[in-house]
Write a protein that binds this ligand. Structure first.
Ligand code: F6R
Length: 358
């Protein structure tokens, strides 16, 4: 359900309608499914196919992380998600590279594409335009077009579905895009309840931030992408620092930090049915935080299949981050410091020259 009262309440602040955008995720997912299902691409799938690598930065990376959570323990084919400027050396012409950049002008992703083209790695680009679309024909890779005019992070439903459609094209037995359509209906059925969770969460986060605390988001596979999404969405929408920590690894190092006084508060993403090896670790942490007076909360996904659970978490967290921004009096859409950095880099680096290196 789209809460029009909430949208009107914050219309004066939310100038680019980010809240309405998140409310429309179920529709955007459906629209994306109708755009991309049955996608046909003009390129040869490598034989044998040794792996798929999805590269992108920020809002254009998260879809890759999501797919890793979805598929890593189910797929035998390696699926790499990279948010970097270099193509790992093992990626050769038996791999497929999917390069995602909403704007099509992100240096890191352009450099990855250039390296892939030099090595003859079959490449597909997912973008709304920019240099990546402009150079596609010359460099010989197909483009899956994203709808224009969105903040990259708000294009998540389109990016995710474009990726599933590419997967379905490469490995037709996966049928992932059909599952996205089902997840959109699942989200529609659960969105009222998820909104309540998001409202409550945003208020709790606001109160903690107002007392100068910093949030650490904890999680484990297969929910790491959702935890990371909450971090990056709070960064970009609410303009606050947030840290992200992965279990069980942080039990072996970061946990020591709780021996010193801190101004942190924590949010943990937990499975509905948590295996004992994770439950015991969580029990220990919750006890530790209670003893040390650390404010903490837990969030669980709406009960469904893995894709539905992940989508429900993304929905809660995207809403909560936008509401946190609005409650603290900040317009969620502009990312002024990122824009300034990009302008600075534009002066220092000519991306057209990078593309000429071929
Ligand atoms: C802004 C945003 C950023 C961008 C990132 C990469 O909404 O989400 O994280 O996604 O700076 O830019 P693109 O997505 O254009 O490659």
């Amino acid at each position: 359900m789209i809460d029009n009262d909430l949208i009107s309440k914050y219309a004066y602040l939310d100038k680019s309608a980010m809240l309405a955008r998140v409310f429309s995720y179920p529709n955007d997912l459906k629209d994306a499914v109708s755009r991309y299902s049955g996608l046909k691409l003009q390129f040869e799938v490598p034989k044998p196919l040794k792996g798929i690598t999805i590269a992108g930065m920020g809002g254009s990376f998260i879809g890759a992380f999501f797919l890793q959570d979805l598929l890593q323990d189910k797929w035998e084919l390696p699926l790499f998600a990279i948010k970097d400027i270099c193509l790992p050396a093992f990626i050769d012409r038996h791999h497929l590279l999917v390069a995602v950049s909403y704007s099509g002008n992100t240096e890191e992703t352009i450099r990855i594409i250039v390296e892939a083209c030099k090595k003859g790695v079959p490449t597909v680009a997912v973008t709304s335009g920019g240099l990546i679309a402009e150079h596609a024909e010359k460099l010989g890779y197909p483009v899956v077009k994203l709808p224009p005019g969105l903040a990259p992070r708000a294009a998540f439903p389109y990016i995710l579905t474009a990726l599933t459609a590419i997967m379905d094209y490469v490995i037709p037995s996966t049928n992932l895009t059909q599952s996205v359509a089902e997840a959109a209906s699942f989200l529609e059925r659960h969105c009222d309840n998820l909104l309540h969770i998001a409202l409550d969460l945003s208020e709790w986060m606001l109160q903690n931030y107002l007392t100068n605390r910093l949030l650490v988001v904890y999680g484990y596979r297969p929910y790491l992408s959702a935890c990371y999404r909450l971090k990056t969405q709070i960064n970009e929408n609410a303009k606050f620092h947030v840290f992200f920590s992965e279990l069980p690894e942080s039990n072996h190092n970061e946990i020591m930090g709780w021996e010193a006084p801190s101004n942190l508060f924590t949010l943990t993403v937990r499975a509905n049915e948590e295996p004992p090896h994770l439950r015991y670790r969580m029990e220990f942490l919750l006890k530790l935080w209670s003893e040390r007076g650390v404010p903490f909360r837990e969030v669980r996904p709406a009960k469904g299949n893995r894709l539905e659970e992940l989508i429900s978490l993304f929905y809660i967290f995207d809403l909560a981050s936008v509401l946190l921004a609005l409650k603290r009096g900040v317009d969620p859409t502009p990312v002024e410091t990122i824009s300034q950095l990009k302008k600075y880099l534009d002066i220092r680096i000519n991306l057209r020259d990078v593309l000429k290196l071929l």
